[in-house]
Design a protein around this ligand. Structure first.
Ligand code: DC
Length: 210
């Protein structure tokens, strides 16, 4: 495992990607958007017309696929950056992400990715603080009002779809979204991105200098 990890969890639209990306840039660390990995698998499953509820088929697909998130999201070399945010993917991704076999395969790759980074990694998702990196240097749980989260999605996702996804992600059996007992909770509703980034950097400095 790379020496330093900042793990960030929270519901859709809570600011995870924006904050995590800015934080990684600020620190000169690597960044990993784990939601993009589940979305890439979903795109490929839909393209192959697989039944996303077929656990064995999805497990085989995820085990045999190469997923990259940077500089663009690709699966088996095909660029899916634009496709991963479409409504059919928003609708199906929670089903794919609830599959424990898909999760096991993604979690192993997330750990491998962090392990290979030279300094540190900012990783964001739903189970990063609780399952993937429970011993992360800093754990953060971001939240924001539903209204604000829908606004941030810029009309990409219907409020009902977002709320349904939140519910599915928080109530599933496999690694549901929850607040780790030792996470710093930040409500980003009316906060500036840089302000949130600086708050986390301050926590990191306190932690690493103590
Ligand atoms: O963060 P996002 O909206 O791009 O995530 C897409 C979906 O993937 C989301 O509905 C929950 C799931 N997900 C997950 O289960 N675990 C993660 N670590 C990241 C995302």
């Amino acid at each position: 495992m790379s020496a330093l990890i900042i793990a960030i969890d929270g519901p859709a639209g809570s600011g995870k990607s924006t904050v995590a990306r800015a934080l990684a840039e600020r620190l000169g660390w690597s960044f990993l958007d784990t939601g993009a990995m589940y979305r890439a698998i979903t795109v490929e499953a839909l393209r192959r017309q697989l039944n996303v509820r077929d656990d064995a088929a999805l497990a085989a697909l995820s085990a045999s696929s190469v997923v990259r998130t940077l500089p663009r999201v690709t699966i088996n070399g095909r660029d899916v950056e634009d496709e991963i945010r479409t409504e059919p993917v928003n609708e199906a991704v929670s089903i794919v992400a609830a599959n424990p076999l898909v999760r096991a395969s993604m979690v192993a790759r997330q750990r491998e990715f962090a392990d290979a980074q030279p300094i540190g990694t900012v990783v964001e998702g739903r189970d990063i603080t609780t399952v993937v990196f429970p011993s992360a240097t800093i754990k953060v749980y971001l939240s924001a009002s539903l209204e604000e989260r829908v606004r941030r999605r810029g009309g990409d996702e219907e409020p009902a779809s977002l709320a349904r996804r939140d519910d599915a992600d928080s109530t599933r059996a496999a690694s549901p979204l929850r607040v780790a007992h030792d996470a710093i909770e930040i409500d980003t509703t009316s906060r500036d991105v840089n302000d949130v980034v600086e708050e986390i950097v301050e926590c990191l400095h306190q932690k690493t200098s103590s």
